[in-house]
Design a protein around this ligand. Structure first.
Ligand SMILES: Cc1cc2nc3c(=O)[nH]c(=O)nc-3n(C[C@H](O)[C@H](O)[C@H](O)COP(=O)(O)OP(=O)(O)OC[C@H]3O[C@@H](n4cnc5c(N)ncnc54)[C@H](O)[C@@H]3O)c2cc1C
Length: 347
């Protein structure tokens, strides 16, 4: 297939700092042929330590170095490093990339889509794929009544820290009010997230993020409290209210189809939003290869993807509701285990 790719970002950057890769996402990376680079630039590990927010150890599954295909393991990578790997691959495959433009209009005719871009150019395609994220412009163009993403009641803080060498797997700090996790993302760095209830979805000024993050960390013990004094702008502190969206299938209209967050945005409870988007790409390609009729292929694609995306979103939202209701660490870890069990099924 000949592919043109456009992105609104003139610099084609990765937004955000770190990314958790669960076992299922690593399986998808392997299918794309980029797993070796991901392992090299990121960090792949098995094991988990769970603490209470004051730092007391609750349970431990010791660190191990996973063998290929171990879906119980996971990992992490800096978003910029993953973007570098995937964008290099996109260029290597001969994709024509145009940056700093968006799509202004799509006119559909039988078996083709005529696209008008913001730079004034027009082109005709057999298929247009809208992989333009949770606020998807393509979704607005082809499904104007699809509705907007909904706030879930929680917010997520994220930051990057130097990784003490003994933090080699996931470390969680959990109680009825807060959930904090560390995940190694390279030889030297680790990613931290904090999930909290955010009633009323308060506005949080970016200039205040470092102090607001440090304040939350100071209230905790163990590694979290120890690192509170090291939060600076270099930690790339970031706050995002959590939003979700799930379109019922099919995810296409004529020759335009949606993929990733544009069709189904989950909360980060399974560290799987990017993984689901990558799986979508693989399944879409397989469906197009297996069916001569594009309409049949697009219907088959969303039919195969919908139940998995729905289940991940519903379990993630249920876990979020438990966290907001103040469930204890044991109950939260049990719900988390059943969410992760879902991700390990074939896709
Ligand atoms: C707090 C938080 C933590 C998360 N943590 C994880 C995690 O640990 N692991 C994980 O797997 N997932 C995680 N996710 C989810 C993950 O970030 C998303 O699911 C994933 O990025 C979706 O990929 P996508 O390609 O569909 O969309 P995006 O990553 O949003 O990419 C969309 C692309 O389209 C471009 N674009 C946007 N609008 C236009 C337009 N109008 N015209 C042209 N181009 C456009 C953008 O520039 C961008 O390049 C997290 C999400 C949040 C909010």
């Amino acid at each position: 297939m000949d592919v043109d790719l456009i992105d609104i970002d003139p610099n084609w950057r990765a937004l955000g700092a770190g990314l958790t890769l669960n076992g299922a996402t690593l399986r998808a990376m392997k299918m794309l042929g980029v797993l070796a680079e991901v392992v090299d630039k990121g960090h792949v590990h098995g094991g988990r330590r769970v603490h209470s927010s004051n730092g007391t150890l609750i349970s431990e599954a010791p660190y191990y170095r996973p063998a290929a295909g171990d879906l119980m393991a996971g990992g992490g990578i800096l978003r910029a490093a993953l973007h570098q790997i995937l964008s290099a691959r996109v260029l290597e495959l001969g994709t024509k990339v145009t940056l700093g433009v968006t799509i202004d209009a799509i006119r559909q005719a039988h078996s083709r889509a005529d696209v008008q871009l913001s730079d004034g150019s027009t082109a005709t395609y057999d298929l247009v794929v809208g992989a333009d994220g949770i606020m998807s412009k393509v979704r607005q163009l082809i499904m104007p009544d699809a509705g907007a993403p909904e706030f879930t009641g929680q917010g997520c803080w994220r930051a990057i820290f130097d990784r003490p060498q003994h933090v080699r797997a996931n470390w969680l700090f959990v109680d009825q009010h807060i959930k904090i996790g560390f995940n190694p993302v390279s030889d030297t760095k680790m990613y931290m997230f904090i999930l909290e209830s955010a009633p009323g979805n308060p506005w949080r000024d970016a200039a205040e993020w470092p102090e607001m993050l440090a304040e939350r960390m100071r209230a905790c013990g163990g590694l979290v409290g120890e690192l509170a004094g090291t939060v600076t702008a270099h930690s790339m502190p970031n706050y995002r209210p959590l939003e979700t969206l799930l379109l019922t299938e099919p995810w296409h209209r004529g020759r335009v189809v949606l993929l990733g967050d544009a069709a189904h945005a989950t909360t980060p409870h399974a560290g799987y939003g990017a993984g689901l988007a990558i799986e979508d790409g693989i399944v879409l390609a397989e469906a197009l290869e297996a069916n001569d009729e594009v309409e049949t292929a697009l219907s088959a694609y969303a039919k195969r993807r919908y139940p998995r995306c729905r289940d991940v979103i519903e379990h993630s939202l249920a876990l979020g509701r438990m966290e907001m209701a103040g469930a204890n660490a044991e109950a939260q870890m049990a719900a988390s285990a059943s969410l992760f069990a879902l991700t390990r099924a074939e896709f």
